[in-house]
Design a protein around this ligand. Structure first.
Ligand code: SF4
Ligand code: SF4
Length: 200
């Protein structure tokens, strides 16, 4: 009975509506959690799964991929196609295609790669009206890598999120971004504090 009366009073005095309006009013004066993209941008953290790229060998400049097919086998979307050929006992990757429009960005391909030849870069701004532009071939994937390292010239090979599973992480150097010293925060010391510390 008590509950029923409370419910009726709530309905008469529009309590729920006023609660909602109060919440709206509170949000109106609180700091927004969103940013005005593209005029404002949030920092992208290492490990963000964006545009695919084929890593270049730092010495030869060619792709690092050895055509082992692990990425294509593990891919749940079956959107990786590799054309390879064995020439003089060496596996040559003729073409490597990823259909990014079918990718679910699970990064299984990155994890499965034994030589860290494939990455999901931090670039997420590649929307297009043309679906064909989302089919990346070997040349485009290498270009994606070049574009990516242009943005992070000091920090490319060893993002810890690209390390293939099954390989001891201690064998891989840290990323340069991780190696950067923590910025020093300047703290003002008063004359009195200086005097006290010198007499200690
Ligand atoms: S991120 Fe996942 S879905 Fe996308 S290509 Fe790699 S394995 Fe396939
Ligand atoms: S798993 Fe790595 S090395 Fe093997 S085919 Fe895929 S990208 Fe190339």
């Amino acid at each position: 009975m008590k509950e029923k009366i409370k419910e009726i009073l709530n309905k008469i005095f529009l309590v729920e509506i006023f609660k909602g309006l109060l919440l709206t009013l509170r949000m109106f004066f609180s700091k927004p959690v969103t940013v005005q993209y593209p005029y404002e941008r949030r920092e992208i953290y290492p490990g963000f799964r964006g545009k695919h790229a084929l890593v270049r060998d730092p010495f030869s400049g060619d792709e690092k991929c050895i055509g082992c097919m692990r990425c294509a086998t593990v891919c749940p979307s079956k959107c990786i196609y590799i054309k390879r050929e064995k020439i003089e006992n060496k596996m040559i990757v003729i073409d490597y295609v990823i259909d990014a429009s079918r990718c679910v960005f699970c990064a299984y391909c990155v994890e499965a790669c034994p030589v860290c030849a494939l990455i999901l870069s931090e670039d997420f701004e590649y929307s297009t009206y043309n679906k064909e532009e989302l089919v990346f071939n070997k040349e485009k994937l290498l270009r994606n890598w070049d574009e990516f390292i242009k943005k992070w010239p000091e920090d490319f090979y060893f993002n810890k999120f690209w390390q293939p599973s099954g390989i001891d992480p201690s064998r891989w150097p840290k990323t340069k971004r991780e190696q950067k010293p923590i910025p020093i925060r300047k703290i003002e010391i008063t004359k009195e504090e200086k005097r006290v510390s010198s007499t200690d």
